[in-house]
Design a protein around this ligand. Structure first.
Ligand SMILES: Nc1ncnc2c1ncn2[C@@H]1O[C@H](COP(=O)(O)OP(=O)(O)OP(=O)(O)O)[C@@H](O)[C@H]1O
Length: 256
């Protein structure tokens, strides 16, 4: 369970997040949408400890983690897939995975845990690119690597900041399918998503951030039944996609 309670955070004394509260249950996906500059990345970075919370609570499985160092928060079970992937251009896929699977991360949280072999089974495209450097990967491969790296930290809570940004529609659909499968396996997922339609197709709940405040937070079933208020908040056309099926991940074997 991820609980964010009246969280305030910002930069250099300026406040970006104003009393943000969210609760994300294990095995569920909470989407966060909002216009550019609304504070979505700041929220994700504050949960991950990269931005300091000025007040409020962040709990992972009931343990208050706000104020801890980012690596301590990672050890508490928070995995981050940052916006723009942030893979190292000169390191190979194998080196990325080796670093992410460092011994202090080898803890498992009850289950069998993520090993390099298991991530390569889930994302077999990476297995054939092991010797390639980050700069030689396609956007889709970089995204897979960013997800694999986060999984190797044994997260209970996975934060994904616009994981489909810049990907082709086909690849973006595969990333969403993967995220859906990870939630089906019990991960708690907070997903920043640009596309409202995709957010309500994939997530269990959708929240809208506006100027750093949560102005909407409802089950997506409700948003699907009546998308107009949500669409109006974001100034996009109302859409009502079919409900997503939660299923285990399909192997991502073909060339992205
Ligand atoms: N490192 C930083 N230092 C100072 N201000 C920042 C920093 N990062 C973000 N901001 C400011 O915080 C506000 C929220 O930015 P943030 O990146 O969280 O928004 P966002 O909703 O993720 O936007 P986008 O959809 O464009 O990624 C913006 O006004 C932005 O200029």
């Amino acid at each position: 369970m991820l609980t964010v309670d009246r969280l305030c955070a910002g930069y250099g004394g300026g406040i970006v997040l104003h009393e943000v509260s969210l609760r994300v249950r294990p095995g569920s996906i909470q989407a966060v949408v909002g216009r550019n500059g609304a504070g979505k990345s700041t929220l994700v970075h504050t949960i991950a400890g990269l931005v300091r919370a000025s007040s409020g609570r962040i709990e992972i499985g009931g343990v208050h983690v706000a104020g801890r160092q980012p690596h301590r928060i990672a050890q508490s079970g928070v995995g981050l897939v940052p916006q723009g992937r942030r893979v190292f251009s000169r390191l190979t896929v194998a080196e990325h995975l080796h670093l992410a699977a460092a011994p202090w991360r080898a803890r498992t949280s009850g289950g069998e845990g993520w090993t390099v072999a298991r991530t390569l089974e889930l994302l077999p495209r990476l297995a054939v690119r092991l010797r390639h450097r980050g700069c030689e990967l396609s956007g889709g491969e970089q995204q897979m690597l960013a997800i694999a790296r986060a999984l190797l930290g044994q997260p209970r809570v996975l934060l994904l900041d616009e994981p489909c940004e810049g990907l082709s529609p086909d690849l973006a659909a595969r990333v969403r399918e993967l995220v859906n499968g990870l939630a089906a396996d019990g991960l708690t997922v907070l997903l920043v998503e640009q596309q409202l339609q995709h957010a309500i197709e994939l997530a269990d709940r959708v929240a809208v951030l506006e100027y750093g405040r949560v102005v909407y937070d409802r089950p997506t079933a409700e948003a699907r039944r009546d998308p107009a208020p949500l669409a109006a908040m974001l100034s996009v056309a109302a859409v009502a996609p079919p409900p997503a099926n939660r299923s285990t991940p399909r192997l991502w074997a073909d060339t992205p």
